[in-house]
Ligand binder design. Structure first.
Ligand SMILES: Nc1ncnc2c1ncn2[C@@H]1O[C@H](COP(=O)(O)OP(=O)(O)OP(=O)(O)O)[C@@H](O)[C@H]1O
Ligand SMILES: [Mg+2]
Length: 326
């Protein structure tokens, strides 16, 4: 079967800055494909080119076989876009907003009304359909935005960070909608996020984008397996080269490095104690006992201990040396 999306060396330059740098990948019909990258990675720029919002500088893509440089009108009938920034008329009802988007796609009369009812149901807003959008929470507005992107029954839906700034209830609704659209209606979905756990939960495959380039692309399972084992962060009173070398020499340890990346999210306490070392261990091994044993034997005080199971977050950190969220 023709892939629903074939991206071929797609590039966008803004003067000196290359926002999307020769990106190529394919998405098969029926996939939920994750695009993962930090702020400024080029995710929105990539999606904007694929949906006809921005012209590419170089390269191209085909959507359902239609080249976006020569047949964007055809591609747009297949595509649905839920943009990162919510664009709605706040003084109009949810129903009126979605109806407006349906009209843009040429829907009229009963067919339009049926479609609007259907997408309101999908995003769980049937009961609030006739209320003005200005009375909605941020999460509900985002769900209206999703409904607007769905009204013309796209075969390929682009969701650009759909859960940013969204309350937990709306977030769950969005996850359910994505799963339902994919499983029950066979919709292919490109899901952009910098929340690893969302991509791990929703997507079969994912591309990790950094500075406009794809730095890894595989099944979520294989991406996580890339890292091999787990990562242990040990806070100790003092670390020197000799100690790091001793830890690294333990049979189950792959590497031991002083941690020089910024500490976790803002909600954790800033670290005031000595050094933190990052220890990468082999898969399926209980490394902790021997690491603690070694530190004890050396008379080193352990001030903190954090065991990070391999996940996309640690894969990203491993590949780029950066945290995904700043
Ligand atoms: N109109 C523009 N003019 C100049 N530079 C731009 C323009 N739009 C985006 N950029 C730059 O292109 C790069 C990629 O931006 P983009 O919005 O695609 O990133 P993103 O991955 O969507 O980030 P975020 O997670 O913050 O939404 C950034 O360096 C950004 O500053
Ligand atoms: Mg963006």
């Amino acid at each position: 079967m023709t892939p629903i999306l074939e991206v071929d060396n797609l590039t966008k330059r803004y003067g000196e800055l290359t926002a999307v740098d020769g990106v190529s990948f394919q998405v098969e019909v029926g996939e939920v494909f994750g695009l993962l990258g930090p702020n400024g990675a080029g995710k929105t720029t990539l999606i904007s080119m694929l949906t006809g919002v921005l012209p590419p500088t170089a390269g191209t893509a085909r959507i359902g076989g239609h080249d976006i440089r020569t047949a964007m009108d055809r591609a747009k009938q297949i595509n649905g876009l839920v943009p990162q920034d919510v664009a709605l008329y706040s003084t109009l009802s949810a129903r009126a907003n979605i109806t407006f988007f349906g009209q843009i796609y040429g829907l009229r009369g009963q067919a339009l009304r049926d479609r609007v009812d259907d997408v309101l149901r999908i995003v769980g807003l049937t009961e609030r359909a006739d209320d003005r959008v200005e009375t909605f929470s941020g999460g509900m507005r985002r769900r209206v935005n999703i409904a607007a992107g769905l009204v013309h029954q796209p075969r390929l839906l682009f969701l650009d960070e759909p859960t940013v700034g969204v309350d937990p209830q709306s977030r769950n609704h969005i996850f359910e909608s994505v799963t339902q659209l994919n499983r029950e209606r066979g919709m292919s979905i490109i899901y952009t996020s910098h929340y690893m756990e969302e991509v791990e939960m929703l997507c079969s495959r994912a591309a990790i984008i950094d500075q406009g380039r794809i730095i890894a692309l595989d099944s979520v399972k294989n991406l996580v397996a890339l890292l091999g084992g787990g990562v242990i962060h040990v806070g100790i009173s003092h670390a020197d080269e000799a100690l790091l070398a001793q830890i690294a020499a333990l049979p189950i340890v792959q590497e031991a490095l002083p941690l020089n990346v910024p500490r976790d999210d803002e909600d954790t306490e800033p670290r005031t104690d000595g050094a933190v070392i990052k220890i990468v261990v082999e898969p399926g091994q209980d490394a902790l006992v021997s690491i603690i044993g070694l530190l004890n034997a050396e008379g080193v005080t352990i001030t903190s201990l954090e065991i990070l199971n391999p996940n996309l977050e640690s894969v990203f950190l491993h590949l780029t040396g950066k945290k995904l969220r700043d």
